[in-house]
Design a protein around this ligand. Structure first.
Ligand SMILES: Cc1ncc(COP(=O)(O)O)c(C=O)c1O
Length: 410
Protein backbone atom coordinates (compact mmCIF):
# COMPACT_ATOMS: atom_id res chain seq x y z
CA UNK A 1 0.00 0.00 0.00
CA UNK A 2 1.34 3.44 -0.90
CA UNK A 3 1.96 6.09 1.73
CA UNK A 4 -0.94 8.14 0.41
CA UNK A 5 -3.28 5.12 0.60
CA UNK A 6 -2.20 4.59 4.24
CA UNK A 7 -2.75 8.24 4.98
CA UNK A 8 -6.21 8.02 3.40
CA UNK A 9 -7.07 5.10 5.69
CA UNK A 10 -6.08 7.14 8.73
CA UNK A 11 -8.01 10.18 7.56
CA UNK A 12 -11.13 8.08 6.97
CA UNK A 13 -10.80 6.49 10.40
CA UNK A 14 -10.69 9.93 12.03
CA UNK A 15 -13.53 11.38 9.93
CA UNK A 16 -16.63 12.14 12.04
CA UNK A 17 -18.80 12.33 8.94
CA UNK A 18 -17.70 8.94 7.58
CA UNK A 19 -20.70 7.03 9.04
CA UNK A 20 -23.06 9.19 6.92
CA UNK A 21 -21.99 7.20 3.87
CA UNK A 22 -24.22 4.36 5.05
CA UNK A 23 -27.23 6.62 4.54
CA UNK A 24 -26.67 6.41 0.76
CA UNK A 25 -26.91 3.81 -1.98
CA UNK A 26 -23.53 3.86 -3.66
CA UNK A 27 -23.28 0.56 -5.52
CA UNK A 28 -23.58 0.94 -9.27
CA UNK A 29 -24.04 -1.52 -12.11
CA UNK A 30 -20.38 -1.14 -13.04
CA UNK A 31 -19.32 -1.97 -9.48
CA UNK A 32 -20.09 -5.58 -10.32
CA UNK A 33 -16.99 -5.63 -12.51
CA UNK A 34 -14.24 -6.99 -10.29
CA UNK A 35 -11.79 -4.20 -11.13
CA UNK A 36 -14.21 -1.27 -10.74
CA UNK A 37 -13.02 1.43 -8.36
CA UNK A 38 -16.60 2.32 -7.37
CA UNK A 39 -15.80 5.98 -6.71
CA UNK A 40 -18.61 8.47 -7.29
CA UNK A 41 -17.30 11.99 -7.81
CA UNK A 42 -20.26 13.39 -9.71
CA UNK A 43 -22.45 14.55 -6.83
CA UNK A 44 -21.97 18.10 -8.15
CA UNK A 45 -24.13 16.99 -11.08
CA UNK A 46 -26.48 14.40 -9.57
CA UNK A 47 -26.28 13.57 -5.87
CA UNK A 48 -26.46 9.92 -4.80
CA UNK A 49 -29.68 8.28 -3.64
CA UNK A 50 -30.33 8.34 0.14
CA UNK A 51 -31.17 4.76 1.08
CA UNK A 52 -34.54 5.47 2.70
CA UNK A 53 -35.97 7.48 -0.20
CA UNK A 54 -37.36 4.62 -2.36
CA UNK A 55 -39.64 3.39 0.45
CA UNK A 56 -40.82 6.91 1.18
CA UNK A 57 -41.60 7.58 -2.46
CA UNK A 58 -43.42 4.25 -2.64
CA UNK A 59 -45.57 5.38 0.30
CA UNK A 60 -46.35 8.68 -1.40
CA UNK A 61 -47.41 6.85 -4.55
CA UNK A 62 -49.22 3.85 -3.04
CA UNK A 63 -50.86 5.27 0.06
CA UNK A 64 -50.99 9.05 -0.31
CA UNK A 65 -51.93 9.03 -3.98
CA UNK A 66 -53.34 5.52 -4.38
CA UNK A 67 -55.49 5.40 -1.24
CA UNK A 68 -56.01 8.93 0.05
CA UNK A 69 -56.15 10.46 -3.40
CA UNK A 70 -57.39 14.09 -3.31
CA UNK A 71 -57.48 14.10 0.50
CA UNK A 72 -53.67 14.11 0.47
CA UNK A 73 -53.54 17.77 -0.51
CA UNK A 74 -54.50 18.43 3.13
CA UNK A 75 -53.98 15.22 5.04
CA UNK A 76 -50.55 14.40 3.62
CA UNK A 77 -49.45 18.03 3.61
CA UNK A 78 -49.10 18.27 -0.17
CA UNK A 79 -50.43 21.81 -0.41
CA UNK A 80 -47.94 23.29 2.03
CA UNK A 81 -44.96 21.23 0.84
CA UNK A 82 -43.19 24.08 -1.06
CA UNK A 83 -42.80 26.28 2.01
CA UNK A 84 -42.35 23.40 4.46
CA UNK A 85 -39.47 21.97 2.43
CA UNK A 86 -38.13 25.49 1.92
CA UNK A 87 -37.84 25.76 5.69
CA UNK A 88 -35.89 22.50 5.70
CA UNK A 89 -33.39 23.86 3.20
CA UNK A 90 -33.18 27.22 5.02
CA UNK A 91 -30.63 26.25 7.72
CA UNK A 92 -28.37 24.74 5.07
CA UNK A 93 -28.06 28.12 3.36
CA UNK A 94 -28.12 30.31 6.47
CA UNK A 95 -31.71 31.52 6.21
CA UNK A 96 -34.31 31.90 8.94
CA UNK A 97 -37.64 30.18 8.24
CA UNK A 98 -40.28 31.74 5.99
CA UNK A 99 -38.02 32.95 3.19
CA UNK A 100 -37.68 29.97 0.85
CA UNK A 101 -40.16 28.16 -1.36
CA UNK A 102 -39.39 25.03 -3.32
CA UNK A 103 -40.71 24.51 -6.83
CA UNK A 104 -40.03 24.85 -10.54
CA UNK A 105 -36.54 24.58 -12.02
CA UNK A 106 -33.53 26.74 -11.23
CA UNK A 107 -33.94 28.38 -14.63
CA UNK A 108 -37.53 29.42 -13.86
CA UNK A 109 -36.50 30.70 -10.44
CA UNK A 110 -33.67 32.74 -11.98
CA UNK A 111 -36.32 34.39 -14.13
CA UNK A 112 -38.63 35.13 -11.21
CA UNK A 113 -35.79 36.45 -9.05
CA UNK A 114 -34.15 38.63 -11.65
CA UNK A 115 -37.31 40.25 -12.99
CA UNK A 116 -38.56 40.78 -9.43
CA UNK A 117 -35.20 42.34 -8.50
CA UNK A 118 -35.43 44.82 -11.36
CA UNK A 119 -39.01 45.66 -10.39
CA UNK A 120 -37.90 46.27 -6.81
CA UNK A 121 -35.05 48.49 -7.98
CA UNK A 122 -37.61 50.46 -9.98
CA UNK A 123 -39.92 50.70 -7.00
CA UNK A 124 -37.05 52.06 -4.90
CA UNK A 125 -36.82 54.61 -7.76
CA UNK A 126 -34.54 57.33 -6.31
CA UNK A 127 -32.06 57.45 -9.15
CA UNK A 128 -33.13 60.18 -11.53
CA UNK A 129 -30.91 60.72 -14.59
CA UNK A 130 -30.64 57.52 -16.55
CA UNK A 131 -32.33 55.44 -13.88
CA UNK A 132 -31.49 51.82 -13.21
CA UNK A 133 -30.92 50.85 -16.81
CA UNK A 134 -28.51 47.92 -16.48
CA UNK A 135 -28.46 44.32 -15.33
CA UNK A 136 -25.05 42.77 -14.71
CA UNK A 137 -24.66 39.05 -15.23
CA UNK A 138 -21.74 36.73 -14.54
CA UNK A 139 -20.09 36.29 -17.95
CA UNK A 140 -18.72 32.90 -16.86
CA UNK A 141 -22.10 31.64 -15.68
CA UNK A 142 -23.75 28.31 -16.32
CA UNK A 143 -25.46 29.07 -19.64
CA UNK A 144 -29.08 28.92 -18.49
CA UNK A 145 -28.60 31.94 -16.19
CA UNK A 146 -27.16 33.94 -19.08
CA UNK A 147 -30.00 33.04 -21.44
CA UNK A 148 -32.67 33.84 -18.86
CA UNK A 149 -30.94 37.10 -17.91
CA UNK A 150 -30.93 38.16 -21.56
CA UNK A 151 -34.66 37.56 -21.80
CA UNK A 152 -35.32 39.23 -18.43
CA UNK A 153 -33.37 42.28 -19.64
CA UNK A 154 -35.38 42.44 -22.87
CA UNK A 155 -38.68 42.11 -21.02
CA UNK A 156 -37.82 44.81 -18.50
CA UNK A 157 -36.22 47.13 -21.06
CA UNK A 158 -32.72 46.97 -19.52
CA UNK A 159 -29.29 46.53 -21.00
CA UNK A 160 -27.59 43.29 -20.06
CA UNK A 161 -23.89 43.61 -19.31
CA UNK A 162 -21.95 40.34 -18.96
CA UNK A 163 -18.90 40.80 -16.69
CA UNK A 164 -16.74 38.36 -14.77
CA UNK A 165 -17.32 38.32 -11.00
CA UNK A 166 -13.91 39.98 -10.56
CA UNK A 167 -15.03 42.84 -12.80
CA UNK A 168 -18.30 43.41 -10.94
CA UNK A 169 -17.03 46.04 -8.45
CA UNK A 170 -15.66 48.16 -11.30
CA UNK A 171 -18.81 47.75 -13.40
CA UNK A 172 -21.28 48.75 -10.68
CA UNK A 173 -22.86 52.20 -10.79
CA UNK A 174 -26.11 53.95 -9.98
CA UNK A 175 -27.29 52.65 -13.37
CA UNK A 176 -27.18 49.08 -12.04
CA UNK A 177 -30.58 47.60 -11.19
CA UNK A 178 -29.58 44.03 -10.32
CA UNK A 179 -26.65 41.64 -10.50
CA UNK A 180 -26.93 37.88 -11.11
CA UNK A 181 -23.95 35.88 -9.87
CA UNK A 182 -22.93 32.28 -9.18
CA UNK A 183 -21.64 31.46 -5.73
CA UNK A 184 -19.41 28.68 -7.13
CA UNK A 185 -18.39 28.48 -10.79
CA UNK A 186 -19.71 25.23 -12.30
CA UNK A 187 -16.67 24.72 -14.47
CA UNK A 188 -13.67 25.70 -12.35
CA UNK A 189 -15.09 25.22 -8.85
CA UNK A 190 -14.07 28.78 -7.94
CA UNK A 191 -15.93 30.16 -4.92
CA UNK A 192 -16.86 33.81 -5.33
CA UNK A 193 -16.90 36.38 -2.55
CA UNK A 194 -20.61 36.47 -1.72
CA UNK A 195 -20.32 38.79 1.30
CA UNK A 196 -17.98 41.28 -0.43
CA UNK A 197 -19.81 41.37 -3.75
CA UNK A 198 -23.22 41.64 -2.10
CA UNK A 199 -21.96 44.61 -0.05
CA UNK A 200 -20.53 46.28 -3.16
CA UNK A 201 -23.83 45.78 -5.03
CA UNK A 202 -25.76 47.30 -2.13
CA UNK A 203 -23.37 50.24 -1.97
CA UNK A 204 -24.70 51.44 -5.35
CA UNK A 205 -28.31 50.70 -4.38
CA UNK A 206 -28.70 47.60 -6.59
CA UNK A 207 -29.98 44.13 -5.71
CA UNK A 208 -27.93 40.93 -5.56
CA UNK A 209 -29.30 37.66 -6.94
CA UNK A 210 -27.16 34.59 -6.24
CA UNK A 211 -27.27 31.15 -7.87
CA UNK A 212 -26.34 28.61 -5.19
CA UNK A 213 -26.46 25.43 -7.32
CA UNK A 214 -22.83 24.53 -6.59
CA UNK A 215 -22.58 25.74 -3.01
CA UNK A 216 -25.73 24.77 -1.09
CA UNK A 217 -25.04 21.54 0.78
CA UNK A 218 -21.29 21.85 0.32
CA UNK A 219 -20.39 24.99 2.28
CA UNK A 220 -21.94 27.66 4.50
CA UNK A 221 -23.74 30.32 2.44
CA UNK A 222 -25.00 32.78 5.07
CA UNK A 223 -27.86 34.33 3.06
CA UNK A 224 -29.37 36.24 6.00
CA UNK A 225 -26.03 37.19 7.52
CA UNK A 226 -24.68 38.70 4.31
CA UNK A 227 -27.85 40.52 3.33
CA UNK A 228 -28.45 38.65 0.07
CA UNK A 229 -31.62 39.95 -1.60
CA UNK A 230 -32.69 36.96 -3.66
CA UNK A 231 -31.21 33.55 -4.30
CA UNK A 232 -32.00 30.39 -6.24
CA UNK A 233 -30.55 26.91 -6.32
CA UNK A 234 -31.13 23.38 -7.45
CA UNK A 235 -31.61 20.43 -5.12
CA UNK A 236 -30.31 17.55 -7.23
CA UNK A 237 -26.59 18.13 -6.61
CA UNK A 238 -25.27 18.39 -3.03
CA UNK A 239 -28.81 18.18 -1.60
CA UNK A 240 -29.36 14.76 -3.22
CA UNK A 241 -33.01 15.42 -4.12
CA UNK A 242 -33.01 13.21 -7.22
CA UNK A 243 -32.97 13.76 -10.97
CA UNK A 244 -34.85 16.94 -11.84
CA UNK A 245 -35.93 17.54 -8.25
CA UNK A 246 -37.48 20.99 -7.78
CA UNK A 247 -35.37 24.07 -7.21
CA UNK A 248 -35.85 26.80 -4.61
CA UNK A 249 -36.21 30.55 -4.37
CA UNK A 250 -35.11 32.70 -1.43
CA UNK A 251 -36.69 36.12 -0.98
CA UNK A 252 -35.25 38.11 1.88
CA UNK A 253 -37.96 38.80 4.44
CA UNK A 254 -37.79 42.58 4.19
CA UNK A 255 -38.27 42.40 0.39
CA UNK A 256 -41.24 40.07 0.48
CA UNK A 257 -43.94 42.77 0.59
CA UNK A 258 -42.44 44.27 -2.61
CA UNK A 259 -41.70 40.98 -4.39
CA UNK A 260 -43.72 41.34 -7.60
CA UNK A 261 -43.50 37.97 -9.36
CA UNK A 262 -43.40 37.92 -13.15
CA UNK A 263 -45.17 34.53 -12.92
CA UNK A 264 -48.07 35.22 -10.54
CA UNK A 265 -49.80 31.86 -10.72
CA UNK A 266 -52.78 30.84 -8.61
CA UNK A 267 -50.58 29.05 -6.05
CA UNK A 268 -49.15 32.40 -4.99
CA UNK A 269 -52.56 34.05 -4.66
CA UNK A 270 -53.63 35.22 -1.21
CA UNK A 271 -56.77 33.10 -1.63
CA UNK A 272 -55.98 30.42 -4.15
CA UNK A 273 -59.38 28.78 -3.81
CA UNK A 274 -61.24 32.09 -4.02
CA UNK A 275 -60.89 31.68 -7.80
CA UNK A 276 -60.87 35.43 -8.19
CA UNK A 277 -60.28 36.81 -11.70
CA UNK A 278 -57.93 39.42 -10.21
CA UNK A 279 -54.59 38.68 -8.64
CA UNK A 280 -53.73 39.47 -5.02
CA UNK A 281 -50.39 38.08 -3.83
CA UNK A 282 -50.08 35.90 -0.74
CA UNK A 283 -47.88 37.29 2.03
CA UNK A 284 -44.32 36.11 2.54
CA UNK A 285 -42.24 33.65 0.59
CA UNK A 286 -45.41 32.10 -0.83
CA UNK A 287 -45.30 34.82 -3.45
CA UNK A 288 -42.59 32.81 -5.14
CA UNK A 289 -44.95 29.92 -5.90
CA UNK A 290 -46.50 29.58 -9.35
CA UNK A 291 -48.67 26.55 -10.17
CA UNK A 292 -49.44 23.10 -8.77
CA UNK A 293 -46.28 21.66 -7.21
CA UNK A 294 -44.62 18.56 -8.60
CA UNK A 295 -45.52 16.45 -5.56
CA UNK A 296 -43.70 13.20 -6.34
CA UNK A 297 -40.34 14.90 -6.90
CA UNK A 298 -40.95 17.33 -4.09
CA UNK A 299 -41.65 14.66 -1.51
CA UNK A 300 -38.68 12.60 -2.69
CA UNK A 301 -36.61 15.71 -1.98
CA UNK A 302 -38.21 16.17 1.42
CA UNK A 303 -37.28 12.61 2.37
CA UNK A 304 -33.75 13.06 0.97
CA UNK A 305 -33.17 16.12 3.15
CA UNK A 306 -33.44 13.94 6.26
CA UNK A 307 -29.85 12.81 5.72
CA UNK A 308 -28.91 16.28 6.96
CA UNK A 309 -30.45 15.78 10.40
CA UNK A 310 -27.75 16.57 12.94
CA UNK A 311 -25.10 17.35 10.31
CA UNK A 312 -23.37 20.72 10.89
CA UNK A 313 -22.59 22.57 7.65
CA UNK A 314 -19.19 23.84 8.97
CA UNK A 315 -18.09 20.21 9.47
CA UNK A 316 -19.14 19.48 5.89
CA UNK A 317 -17.09 22.43 4.68
CA UNK A 318 -14.03 21.36 6.69
CA UNK A 319 -14.19 17.86 5.23
CA UNK A 320 -14.79 19.17 1.71
CA UNK A 321 -11.63 21.29 1.88
CA UNK A 322 -9.61 18.42 3.38
CA UNK A 323 -10.84 16.10 0.61
CA UNK A 324 -10.06 18.47 -2.24
CA UNK A 325 -6.64 19.32 -0.71
CA UNK A 326 -5.85 15.63 -0.39
CA UNK A 327 -7.07 14.82 -3.91
CA UNK A 328 -4.90 17.60 -5.37
CA UNK A 329 -1.88 16.25 -3.46
CA UNK A 330 -2.55 12.74 -4.75
CA UNK A 331 -2.95 14.00 -8.33
CA UNK A 332 0.41 15.75 -8.06
CA UNK A 333 2.04 12.63 -6.67
CA UNK A 334 0.57 10.23 -9.25
CA UNK A 335 0.63 12.34 -12.42
CA UNK A 336 3.58 13.38 -14.56
CA UNK A 337 4.25 17.11 -14.13
CA UNK A 338 2.50 19.23 -16.75
CA UNK A 339 0.08 16.49 -17.86
CA UNK A 340 -2.90 18.22 -16.20
CA UNK A 341 -3.42 21.74 -14.91
CA UNK A 342 -5.73 22.44 -11.98
CA UNK A 343 -8.10 25.32 -12.65
CA UNK A 344 -9.51 25.09 -9.13
CA UNK A 345 -8.11 27.75 -6.81
CA UNK A 346 -5.54 26.66 -4.20
CA UNK A 347 -6.82 29.15 -1.63
CA UNK A 348 -9.57 27.75 0.53
CA UNK A 349 -11.49 31.03 0.49
CA UNK A 350 -11.78 30.66 -3.29
CA UNK A 351 -12.58 26.97 -3.54
CA UNK A 352 -15.95 25.22 -3.77
CA UNK A 353 -16.30 21.47 -3.40
CA UNK A 354 -14.97 20.25 -6.72
CA UNK A 355 -11.63 19.93 -8.43
CA UNK A 356 -11.43 20.81 -12.11
CA UNK A 357 -8.42 19.66 -14.07
CA UNK A 358 -7.66 20.78 -17.57
CA UNK A 359 -6.00 18.41 -20.02
CA UNK A 360 -5.82 18.06 -23.79
CA UNK A 361 -7.85 14.89 -24.28
CA UNK A 362 -10.21 15.38 -21.33
CA UNK A 363 -13.27 13.81 -22.97
CA UNK A 364 -11.42 10.57 -23.74
CA UNK A 365 -9.72 10.49 -20.34
CA UNK A 366 -13.05 10.81 -18.54
CA UNK A 367 -14.54 7.97 -20.60
CA UNK A 368 -11.67 5.71 -19.54
CA UNK A 369 -12.02 6.75 -15.88
CA UNK A 370 -15.73 5.97 -15.94
CA UNK A 371 -14.98 2.57 -17.50
CA UNK A 372 -12.77 1.89 -14.49
CA UNK A 373 -15.42 3.04 -12.02
CA UNK A 374 -14.18 6.54 -11.26
CA UNK A 375 -17.20 8.64 -12.12
CA UNK A 376 -16.58 12.34 -12.61
CA UNK A 377 -17.62 14.34 -15.65
CA UNK A 378 -16.29 16.24 -18.61
CA UNK A 379 -17.11 19.84 -19.42
CA UNK A 380 -16.43 21.27 -22.82
CA UNK A 381 -13.80 21.85 -24.10
CA UNK A 382 -11.07 20.41 -21.89
CA UNK A 383 -12.14 20.12 -18.24
CA UNK A 384 -12.31 17.01 -16.04
CA UNK A 385 -14.59 17.70 -13.07
CA UNK A 386 -14.44 15.77 -9.80
CA UNK A 387 -17.13 16.66 -7.27
CA UNK A 388 -16.56 15.89 -3.59
CA UNK A 389 -19.74 15.38 -1.59
CA UNK A 390 -18.52 15.18 2.01
CA UNK A 391 -21.57 13.19 3.13
CA UNK A 392 -20.53 10.13 1.16
CA UNK A 393 -17.06 10.59 -0.36
CA UNK A 394 -14.04 9.52 1.67
CA UNK A 395 -10.29 10.00 1.52
CA UNK A 396 -9.69 6.48 0.17
CA UNK A 397 -12.02 7.40 -2.72
CA UNK A 398 -9.92 10.49 -3.41
CA UNK A 399 -6.67 8.50 -3.36
CA UNK A 400 -8.05 5.74 -5.60
CA UNK A 401 -9.50 8.22 -8.10
CA UNK A 402 -6.19 10.12 -8.32
CA UNK A 403 -4.20 6.91 -8.69
CA UNK A 404 -6.38 5.64 -11.55
CA UNK A 405 -6.31 9.08 -13.16
CA UNK A 406 -2.51 9.00 -13.01
CA UNK A 407 -2.47 5.57 -14.67
CA UNK A 408 -4.82 6.66 -17.43
CA UNK A 409 -2.85 9.84 -18.09
CA UNK A 410 0.49 8.01 -18.22
C1 LIG B 1 -25.08 27.16 -11.74
C2 LIG B 1 -26.23 26.44 -12.36
N1 LIG B 1 -27.39 27.08 -12.57
C3 LIG B 1 -28.46 26.45 -13.13
C4 LIG B 1 -28.37 25.11 -13.48
C5 LIG B 1 -29.48 24.35 -14.12
O1 LIG B 1 -30.71 24.87 -14.03
P1 LIG B 1 -32.00 23.91 -14.11
O2 LIG B 1 -32.16 23.29 -12.76
O3 LIG B 1 -33.07 24.83 -14.49
O4 LIG B 1 -31.73 22.88 -15.15
C6 LIG B 1 -27.18 24.41 -13.25
C7 LIG B 1 -27.11 22.99 -13.61
O5 LIG B 1 -26.15 22.30 -13.49
C8 LIG B 1 -26.10 25.09 -12.70
O6 LIG B 1 -24.94 24.46 -12.48
Amino acid sequence: MSELALEAEKLDAADELAPLRDRFVLGTASDHAADSAGVYLDGNSLGALPAHVPDRVADVVRRQWGELRIRSWDESGWWTAPERIGDRIAPLVGAAPGQIVVGDSTSVNVFKALVAAVRMADAAGEAGGEGRSEILVDATTFPTDGYIAESAARLTGRTLRPVTPAEVPGALSTRTAAVLLNHVDYRTGRLHDLPGLTAAIHAVGALAVWDLCHSAGALPVGLDEHGVDLAVGCTYKYLNGGPGSPAYLYVRREHQPRFDSPLPGWNSHAEPFGMSPSYAPAPGALRGRVGTPDILSMLALEAALEVWDGVPVPAVRAKSLALTDFFLRCVRAYTEPGRVESVTPERHEERGSQVALRCADAGEVMKRLIDRGVVGDFRHPDVLRFGFTPLYVGFADAERAARILGEELA
